[in-house]
Write a protein that binds this ligand. Structure first.
Ligand SMILES: [Zn+2]
Length: 189
């Protein structure tokens, strides 16, 4: 995990955002092999806002294609059985910071779906950074080799974000902090 975070910090260095390991824990009740959507949702059941949750598993099955395995995924927890997070509602104009109570007064808490990153054992060193790219607002892939959000490596050692992707990362980070979903670390220099 430390190596993945170090790589993510290198890749995110141009965004003004850095990551620290807040806590590392082992939960023997979590499945080592995550096969279905329901199993992915269940991983989010006990998570609380305040940090980026990365759950490491042995294998992560593709939920659309049988027999295919993924290295990682940014996953939004759905389903009525899953608790949502109550977060501070942002002002109406702060898109992409919208949430359910967007039409309510801006100081009314709103419910958001928990989201997490699942990382498989086979993940290579840049997978966490890629999933963090999704976490911070970049939903789609970029097919340019060497882009962080591409599956194809480029010639450079360190994958890069486009200017628009950096902006999305920064806007999303500001939103998540404002909502209390993320708490900036005071320990990082
Ligand atoms: Zn992706």
């Amino acid at each position: 995990m430390e190596a993945q975070i170090a790589r993510a910090n290198l890749i995110f260095s141009g965004t003004g955002i850095a990551f620290t390991l807040a806590a590392l824990s082992t939960d023997g009740t979590l499945p080592a092999h995550v096969r279905t959507r329901m199993e992915r949702h269940a991983l989010g059941a006990s998570l609380t806002p305040g940090a980026i949750h990365v759950i490491a598993v042995k294998t992560l099955h593709d939920v659309d294609e049988a027999g295919r395995f993924r290295s990682g995924v940014h996953w939004k927890v759905r389903g009525s059985a899953q608790p949502q997070w109550q977060v501070a509602a942002p002002a109406r104009s702060t898109l992409p910071c919208s949430c359910r109570s967007l039409l309510a007064a801006s100081d009314v808490p709103c419910a958001v779906r928990p989201h997490l990153i699942i990382l498989a054992k086979k993940a290579d060193r840049d997978v966490l950074a890629h999933e963090l790219g999704h976490f911070f607002g970049n939903r789609v892939h970029d097919h340019t080799p060497g882009n962080v959000m591409s599956y194809v490596a480029g010639e450079a050692d360190v994958p890069v974000f486009t200017k628009a992707q950096v902006q999305r990362v920064q806007e999303t980070a500001a939103c998540l902090v404002r909502r209390g979903e993320l708490v900036p670390s005071t320990q990082h220099p």
